[in-house]
Design a protein around this ligand. Structure first.
Ligand code: ADP
Ligand code: 5GP
Length: 210
């Protein structure tokens, strides 16, 4: 039963483990993970065109002007946005697409793609969130504090999401997300073509053509 691709948004507090979970997910299953554009500086080990497309503020503002982004938001002083073309292409080809973006962007995606699936990833506790952010060691203490301060406001978006997934044991979180997306394919909006096809076959059978 082949339908169109499912568009999934995954959001969560900084340090929840989104990047880690996404890496495992695309290594194990055939998802297309959208690569965002950002004005944030690359972290050690990050490669332009792999984790993000890194841009200047001027370049990013041009992309906004040319309407090349599905959505964009400012997060702790930097722009982040989803390039439109690749996502639309992959969905049209029937591929499942994942956007790992923050919540304001997630809600903008839902406005444009009402069938989009919204998943909120959270660590098991606030203590674990702090531990993971400090443990990652990629931001200064001040930057970490900004991200933690922002998390309370971010929690208010949970109620707009379809699922909350707790990232405690990594493999379990990855499997749970894969199951949720797989089940989405059984929803009627994704099966319009299949419904049309079986309806046509039934009509043919009734007329004695088959
Ligand atoms: P995010 O992309 O949400 O900001 P990361 O994927 O960078 O978060 O993860 C933050 C830190 O937490 C990293 O050091 C990562 O190795 C660690 N981490 C991620 N998932 C888990 C998990 N299930 N258990 C323990 N540590 C985790
Ligand atoms: P980081 O700097 O930790 O990579 O990402 C900071 C935040 O920006 C995360 O919450 C991440 O999900 C979000 N983000 C990454 N790409 C995009 C995007 O294209 N659009 C939006 N709205 N948020 C994004």
């Amino acid at each position: 039963m082949k339908g169109t691709g499912v568009l999934t948004v995954i959001s969560g507090f900084s340090g929840a483990g989104k990047g880690t979970v996404m890496k495992e997910l695309v290594q194990n299953y055939p998802y297309f993970l959208s690569i965002s554009a950002t004005t944030r500086k690359p972290r050690t080990g990050e490669v332009d065109g792999r984790e993000y497309f890194f841009h200047t503020r001027e370049e990013f503002e041009q992309m906004i002007e040319k309407q090349e982004l599905i959505e964009w938001a400012e997060y702790v002083g930097n722009y982040y946005g989803t390039p439109k073309r690749a996502v639309e292409q992959q969905l049209a080809e029937g591929k499942d697409v994942i956007l790992e973006i923050e919540m304001q962007g997630g809600l903008l995606v839902k406005e444009q793609f009402p069938d989009a699936l919204l998943i909120f990833l959270t660590p098991p506790s606030v203590g674990e969130l702090r531990k993971r952010l400090y443990g990652r060691g990629t931001e200064t203490k001040e930057e970490i504090q900004k991200r933690l301060d922002h998390a309370e406001e971010e929690a208010s978006y949970m109620k707009h999401y379809d699922y909350i997934v707790v990232n405690d044991v990594l493999d379990d979180a990855v499997k749970q997300i894969h199951t949720i997306i797989s089940n989405e394919h059984s929803k009627v909006p994704y099966l319009k073509e299949w419904i049309a096809s079986i309806t046509e076959d039934l009509a043919c059978m009734k007329e004695g053509k088959e």
